[in-house]
Design a binder for this molecule. Structure first.
Ligand code: ATP
Ligand code: MG
Length: 256
């Protein structure tokens, strides 16, 4: 079992506001958290609570309007888009709900792409090894369209892992998959944490998916409102029901 050392991700009072005066939305309202290296965290909360915004700001895909973000001890840089891109390389990997593979590249090319973009030699041996690990060693020269959804998501996971990033973010990575493919994907994320020492942060709406994580963070209206360690699917489902009820009550209170 991998022994985590140090902190993989830290957010300090992160704020993100969309829109202008007329239609301002505070998507993140002072989010602070610290995740140890080698941890697997699920992020849950109602639609519009800021989960994707949180992931994008933490991964350096977007800039917060306030607060600070640190990945592996290094602070997210100000300045150009190019500086952000450099920051992400080697530090973060991202897995999306709809895979986002490049349709004209085959499986192996999709996985070597991040290495080529980082100016590293397109290490095909390493890419092959990662694809073996996700069970796709015999699909190297297929195009994404020739694969099932579950297989495509496993390619996306291989692509996220090939640069050996400190933190892997997943925004509903099992949201478009059937139960069996979802379980495979969750197993791979768990293995990335337990065997390879990565840190995984995954948004999900599914209590069973969240129960693969070591801890669950609950988000409502851009704020962290709860934390459960070593959760069971039942505990998570119960907590979600309470949060939904509380949200409904506060909506009624505002209307009244
Ligand atoms: N690019 C944007 N421009 C304006 N508002 C945005 C933008 N992106 C998100 N928002 C708003 O910020 C809030 C948080 O959105 P976010 O996508 O983070 O929610 P979420 O928790 O991921 O929801 P879901 O579960 O539906 O994916 C929402 O009110 C949303 O409308
Ligand atoms: Mg979202």
């Amino acid at each position: 079992m991998y022994e985590g050392t140090g902190e993989a991700l830290r957010l300090e009072a992160v704020r993100k506001v969309y829109g202008d005066d007329a239609n301002r939305v505070t998507a993140l309202d002072g989010v602070s958290l610290a995740l140890p290296a080698g941890s697997f965290t699920a992020v849950m909360g109602p639609s519009g609570s800021g989960k994707s915004t949180l992931l994008h700001c933490a991964a350096g895909l977007d800039r917060p309007d306030g607060g600070r973000v640190f990945v592996d001890g290094a602070e997210l840089p100000g300045g150009s888009e190019a500086a952000l891109t450099r920051f992400r390389r080697g530090r973060v990997g991202f897995v999306f709900q709809h895979f986002n593979l490049l349709p004209t590249l085959d499986v192996l090319q999709n996985v070597t792409l991040p290495l080529r973009l980082a100016g590293r030699r397109a290490d095909r041996t390493r890419a092959r090894a990662v694809l073996e690990r996700v069970g796709l060693g015999d699909r190297l020269h297929h195009l994404p369209a020739e694969l099932s959804g579950g297989q495509q998501q496993r390619v996306a996971i291989a692509r996220a892992l090939v640069t050996e990033p400190k933190v892997v973010f997943g925004d509903e990575p099992t949201g478009a998959l059937d139960t069996r493919s979802a379980r495979q994907v969750l197993g791979l994320l768990q293995e990335a944490v337990r065997v390879h020492g990565r840190t995984v942060v995954m948004v999900t709406h599914d209590p069973v998916a969240a129960s693969y994580a070591d801890a669950v963070l609950f988000l409502t209206d851009g704020r962290i409102v709860g934390h459960v360690a070593r959760p069971t699917a039942e505990q998570i489902a119960e907590r979600m029901t309470h949060l939904a009820e509380a949200a409904e009550r506060s909506a009624f209170a505002t209307e009244a």
